[in-house]
Each structure stands twice: as structure tokens, then as C-alpha cells.
Design a protein around this ligand. Structure first.
Ligand code: ATP
Length: 389
């Protein structure tokens, strides 16, 4: 048999499982050429995170160039909108009408093949070649015409997926067994795939449940809900708001020494002017604990936790949402809480200023200093209020 193989995928990033599969197809089907086609927007997958289209293209070149039968094709990356295989096949067949086409997929893709756009049209243009990736008995969807499908067995799988590679890279661990050396070098050079996904809500809950009392945990849940609601109202990201709300008090019950040590180990030791403000150390230590012990890297969440007590000039919307949510959560019962809730419903700035003024008054009563970051923020809020519209 001779003809052209089409091997598509997100390739985000391409790994040695992909290379091994493409080589198996090329050998088994005696293909002269295999086009490796990274998808632009894969219609049945969430938008690719972590690497740009250009980077995925380059990574494919670096991975597949070891075999002269392979060429990387950017057609789908260059085409705006969702990448439909049927359009790619039509374009290829129009270029070379006499050529036999083989669409190469793994069994995981077969399960969803009949959801692909115009899958019947695809089968008119090519033979579908399916690589059996595991020992599970293969069930061909009954509506597939059997004579247009070839099943290839005997493949020795490399148990890896791009999703796993991304996760391992994000945690800075060794991925060299699964990536072509040149591709790995490129990923390191460009700093790709270092974003860790946000923690699941369940995970965040478990972290704080380990270190907080049931009452504090309940407060955190209430703040998470209030923060999510404010985020929805004011246009911040609700998921980050919920997570930051859940995590904001994580170090509330740590000892002063533990808080001090965490801040120092995180590289943001307490400042001399913070020595007398032990009531806010848990916010700074909370940022440190989440980064050092839980592996949270999301700067927006870390910032919201750090500033939830004091605030600072130039608060982000998320910082401010969590700051206010902490004071209006459903479990709060101080005398003017309803007043703060109605201010928060109208304006985050008004609610923040009201809260700051209240904190300053209480500190003054007990002869304590306000944190310089809070003073700077109060000034900023006042000048915003007095600015002409
Ligand atoms: P993700 O984890 O993002 O879903 P993936 O690793 O499964 O990605 P895709 O880009 O979706 O990779 O896959 C492209 C093609 O490669 C598919 O046909 C898939 O069946 C096949 N494939 C993916 N991983 C392997 C593997 N480890 N061994 C053999 N084939 C694979």
C-alpha cells in the first residue's frame, strides 16, 4: 500500500507516544508520507492551554523530524475557527486527486468519531486507520461502514498523554522519558507549560480543612461564596474569587513563630513596621504557605490572600473582592454589617473605604498603628472619591 497518512491532534505538546504511533502507522501501512497536522481549535476539546499555535508547530517539527517520512503541516493552525478534518482532507484531495488517503487515529478518538463534523464525508475521502492503544476489546460504532475502517493491532503503547506531560512540566518534574530531547529543550528555553492549573474547589477545601477549626472553615466557605457573588457582580473571575475566599485565612491558626518563619522562607520576611501588627501576619504567611506547601502559583490568588487584611494601593479587582467579601460574608454579625453589605452592593470602593475607616478607628482606640499599605490605599480611595467625574 502506498499513499499519504494524515495524523492530526492537539499536540500540546507532542510526545514520544505520538511519534511511536506515527511510525507504527507508517510501517504497518507502508506509507511514503505522513502529514502531522496540529489542530488550531480542536472542536471536541477545550481550547489548548499552555503553548501558542506557533510553539506547538515548532514542537511538532522538533519531534517528528527524526523520520524523513514525516512532514508537519500548518494548514489547520493557519485556518481561522474550529479545525475540521473534513475540510483538511478536501483541501488535500483537491491538491492531489489520485492519492490514497489514510486518516490515522488512536482508539480513544474512534469512540467519538461519529461526533466529528461530517464524518461520513471523511470516510468518502479516506480510509480510517485505527491504532489499538490498549488491550480492551475494540467496539466499532455500528454505523461505521466496516470496509472504510482498518484496525491496526500489535502496537506497544507508551502510556502517556499531553495532559500528563503538561501536568508534570508544571510541577517542574522530569519529562525526559516522554519528549524528544530537542522538543524538551525548546520547552525549557521558552518557559512553556509552567502554568499550574487552578486547584479544584474540593482540593482547596481539603487544604484549609487540615489547618483550620470547624468555625474558621465555615467562615472561609462563607467568604468563598460572598467573593464569588461579588466577582459575578463586578466582573472579576468567579472561580479565582471563590478559591481565594476559601484560602484567605489558611494560616489564621498558625503560631506567630510559624507565620514569621513562613514569610522568611518565602523570601518576603516581615518588615520592621509589621512587627507590631501580628493580627495581619496570617495574610502574609497565608500567601507563603499556599505557595510553598500547596504549590499554588496563581499570582492573582496569592495576591488576594496576601492583601485580604490590609489592602494596598493599586488593589486588583480580585484583591478588593476578597477584602470586602471577608467583611460581608453570611457568617458576619457585627453591628453595622448590613450597612457594609448595602455599600458593597453599590460600590466596592465605598465599602472598602468604610471598612478601612472602621479598622483605623478600632486600631486608634487600642493605641495601635495602621499598616502603611492600608494608609496608602485609604488615601487612594479618598482621592478617587473627590476626583471630578
Ligand atoms: P491530550 O492529553 O491533550 O488529550 P493526547 O496526548 O491524547 O492529548 P492528542 O493530540 O489528542 O494527544 O492525540 C493525537 C493522536 O495521537 C490521537 O489519535 C491519539 O489517539 C494519539 N495518541 C495520543 N497519545 C498517544 C500514545 N501515548 N500512544 C499512541 N497514540 C497516542
Amino acid at each position: 500500500m502506498s499513499g499519504i497518512g494524515i495524523f492530526g491532534g492537539s499536540f500540546n505538546p507532542p510526545h514520544l507516544g505520538h511519534l511511536r504511533a506515527a511510525q507504527f502507522f507508517a510501517d504497518a501501512l507502508a506509507l511514503e508520507r505522513v502529514l502531522v497536522i496540529p489542530a488550531g481549535e480542536a472542536p471536541l476539546k477545550a481550547a489548548p492551554r499552555g503553548a501558542s499555535a506557533e510553539a506547538r508547530l515548532r514542537l511538532c517539527e522538533l519531534t517528528f523530524s527524526v523520520d524523513s517520512r514525516f512532514a508537519v503541516d500548518a494548514t489547520e493552525l493557519r485556518r481561522p475557527g474550529a479545525s475540521y478534518t473534513v475540510d483538511t482532507l478536501r483541501a488535500l484531495c483537491a491538491q492531489d486527486p489520485g492519492q490514497a488517503c489514510y486518516l490515522l487515529i488512536g482508539t480513544d478518538q474512534l469512540e467519538r468519531f461519529t461526533q466529528w463534523n461530517d464524518w461520513r464525508g471523511i470516510l468518502r475521502l479516506c480510509t480510517l486507520c485505527v491504532l489499538q492503544r490498549d488491550a480492551a476489546p475494540l467496539r466499532l460504532p455500528p454505523e461505521l461502514p466496516q470496509d472504510r475502517v482498518r484496525l491496526l493491532t500489535g502496537f506497544e503503547p507508551l502510556e502517556i498523554s499531553s495532559t500528563q506531560v503538561r501536568a508534570v512540566l508544571a510541577y517542574g518534574e522530569d519529562v525526559s522519558p516522554w519528549l524528544a530531547p530537542a522538543a524538551l529543550q525548546y520547552i525549557r528555553q521558552k518557559g512553556l507549560y509552567t502554568d499550574r492549573p487552578l486547584p479544584e474547589r474540593e482540593t482547596a477545601h481539603q487544604w484549609v480543612a487540615r489547618v483550620l477549626s470547624p468555625e474558621r472553615l465555615f467562615h472561609s466557605q462563607c467568604v468563598a461564596e460572598a467573593a464569588e457573588a461579588l466577582a459575578l457582580q463586578y466582573g472579576a473571575e468567579p472561580e479565582r474569587a471563590w478559591l481565594a475566599g476559601m484560602l484567605h485565612d489558611c494560616m489564621k491558626l498558625a503560631t506567630l513563630e510559624e507565620k514569621r518563619e513562613l514569610c522568611a522562607r518565602y523570601g518576603k520576611p516581615l518588615l520592621p513596621e509589621e512587627e507590631s501588627a501580628a493580627q495581619v501576619w496570617h495574610a502574609f504567611a497565608g500567601e507563603a504557605w499556599l505557595a510553598l506547601e500547596c504549590g499554588v502559583t496563581d499570582p492573582a490568588i496569592l495576591s488576594a490572600v496576601r492583601w485580604h487584611c490590609t489592602g494596598h494601593a493599586d488593589m486588583t479587582l480580585l484583591d478588593q473582592v476578597v477584602f470586602v467579601a471577608d467583611l460581608i460574608s453570611a457568617d458576619r454579625h457585627y453591628p453595622d454589617v448590613e450597612q457594609v453589605r448595602s455599600l458593597a452592593a453599590r460600590s466596592l470602593d465605598e465599602a472598602s473605604l468604610y471598612i478601612l475607616n472602621h479598622i483605623f478607628a478600632k486600631l486608634k482606640q487600642s493605641g495601635r498603628q495602621s499598616h502603611p499599605a492600608s494608609i496608602a490605599w485609604q488615601k487612594e480611595l479618598i482621592s478617587k472619591q473627590t476626583e471630578p467625574e
